[in-house]
Design a protein around this ligand. Structure first.
Ligand SMILES: Cc1cc2nc3c(=O)[nH]c(=O)nc-3n(C[C@H](O)[C@H](O)[C@H](O)COP(=O)(O)OP(=O)(O)OC[C@H]3O[C@@H](n4cnc5c(N)ncnc54)[C@H](O)[C@@H]3O)c2cc1C
Length: 463
């Protein structure tokens, strides 16, 4: 006889834990199946720092109000309207009580630290970071009696007439088991760690992508669900991608390999040519486009170059910059043509219009007469030593996922909705994020839809 639980949750990050806790609190027996070993549990959630929730006034850790309207306006702007308005507005509405709910599950917040992503008003930072947040959720889940199994990858789901009957789990030793459940929550992340799938979508450039998070987010469950008739949402090429240090490991480099110094210098490709306005807008509004910009360059490689004056203006990456006393020598160390880089820097320097440099505002330091322009923070690169960081596209998470309704219930490709299949987090993020990103929204999607999915799954199991 197959084991049977009320609610089966696939995944082990924020979305899965919020779903599991909510389902258990609603009275259901809950089993969480996490593909990763215990040490690596929690997927990309381990790397996070904050979540974006609407709130009416300042709190002990937030510097001012962030209304639902402002949140919606921000989402509309970053997605350029590529969002399901009903779902997005519901999520924003539910993000407000989420700040209390998540604390009731043991998560603690702290004021944001300084740095170039100034999110102190809008985003609540986790005390101790994402891993501490995750541990708090695991502790609460354990206290409530949620069962968790590690190295347990859900590899199949038995769906008959839009209803899930059981799931197949594969263990580390290759054995499989079928587990019956009254309701199922898929919270198993995106497919960003599936290099073949990335290549299908992007072609050969995908070979040069680095994956910022968990190697376990391979989209195995997403593929099964789509193959079995669940409706898809989003585009396989849409994802959150930032420029990270090219020396980062292939997987799991996390936040410390991100580079926030683009606005302070120029960015060149392997021909030592600039290709985009480095000072177009504040970095929090632009950092998420640079992964794609670098992905479009030859060999998906770029270098950010700046001078001694800028070195202390940003949060450093894990790796030291590559430095040299002259630009041609720096080019030599980067493997770029010294004459070409010197010419690019000279041309840029000559185009800089003197102004009052201030990296905290959209200042008047800009270029004139070159393409692409640098709109703000353009200072001649003249003071030795000169520094550079090598850049590669760093994929954070993918947006192609399963389509859901307001109850976080999956929709079927043939029409209608699944009876007892729910989804939360990255695996359904594409419903809200057709493109673009607003910092901290990944965790909001996971927590809000996770709670809704867990409660819905428990209610279904109780029928
Ligand atoms: C470096 C970095 C920094 C980030 N910083 C932030 C931030 O500050 N704020 C923010 O909002 N977002 C941030 N994000 C995005 C954020 O991590 C995600 O949006 C969020 O964690 C997604 O939660 P999730 O539960 O859906 O997925 P995850 O936390 O990735 O969890 C997915 C889980 O599913 C498991 N799994 C995969 N396949 C299966 C399967 N078949 N069966 C069972 N289990 C499976 C994985 O092992 C993993 O534990 C960051 C991401 C990265 C990589």
């Amino acid at each position: 006889m197959a084991r049977q639980v009320d609610v089966l949750v696939a995944g082990g990050g924020n979305a899965a834990l919020c779903a599991a806790i909510a389902a258990r609190r609603a009275g259901a027996s809950v089993l969480v199946l996490e593909a990763a070993p215990r040490f690596y549990r929690g997927g990309n959630t381990r790397h996070t720092r904050n979540m974006r929730c609407a709130h009416d006034s300042a709190t002990a850790w937030l510097t001012g109000p962030y209304t639902e309207d402002e949140f919606w306006a921000d989402l509309l702007q970053v997605t350029k309207g590529q969002t399901d308005e009903q779902l997005a507005r519901m999520m924003i509405d539910q993000s407000k009580p989420m700040l209390d709910w998540i604390q009731q599950q043991g998560v603690r917040f702290q004021p944001s630290l300084g740095g170039t992503l100034s999110l102190g008003r809008t985003n609540s930072f986790f005390l101790g970071g994402g891993r501490a947040m995750l541990y708090a959720l695991y502790r609460t889940a354990a206290k409530l009696g949620v069962q968790v199994e590690y190295e347990a990858e859900v590899v199949d789901v038995d769906i008959v007439d839009d209803r899930m009957r059981s799931a197949t789990v594969r263990r580390a030793d290759g054995t499989t088991e079928s587990i019956a459940a009254k309701a199922f929550v898929a919270a198993s992340g995106g497919f960003e760690a599936n290099l073949d799938w990335l290549k299908e979508a992007w072609g050969p450039p995908a070979d040069n992508f680095l994956i910022r998070g968990s190697p376990y987010n391979r989209g195995s469950l997403l593929k099964v669900l789509l193959d079995k008739g669940v409706a898809a949402t989003g585009d396989a090429r849409q994802c959150h991608a930032v420029a990270i240090d090219a020396r980062a490991p292939k997987f799991d480099g996390g936040i410390i390999t991100r580079l926030d110094c683009v606005v302070f210098g120029i960015v060149v490709n392997k021909r030592a040519r600039r290709f985009y306005d480095e000072g177009e807008d504040f970095w929090p509004k632009r950092y998420a486009i640079w992964g794609r910009l670098v992905a479009d360059q030859p060999d998906q490689a770029a270098w950010v170059v700046f001078d001694a004056r800028s070195l202390s203006l940003f949060m450093p990456s894990l790796y030291p910059p590559i430095s040299a006393p002259t630009i041609p020598e720096l080019a030599g160390r980067l493997g770029l043509d010294p004459a070409a880089l010197a010419a690019t820097v000279e041309q840029f320097n000559a185009a800089c219009v003197p102004g009052a440099f201030d990296h905290t505002v959209l200042d008047d330091c800009h270029t004139a007469g070159i393409e692409p322009a640098k709109s703000h923070w353009a200072r001649p690169i003249v003071e030795a030593p000169f520094h550079a960081y090598p850049l590669r596209p760093g994929i954070t998470f993918t947006y192609l996922g399963v389509k859901v309704d307001r109850q976080a219930r999956m929709r079927m490709a043939a029409g209608g909705r699944a009876e007892n299949l729910f989804a939360a987090g990255e695996i359904m993020a594409g419903n809200v994020l057709g493109q673009g990103y607003a910092a901290g929204i990944g965790m909001t999607i996971g927590a809000v839809f996770g709670k809704i999915a867990g409660e819905g799954a428990a209610a279904h199991a109780a029928r």
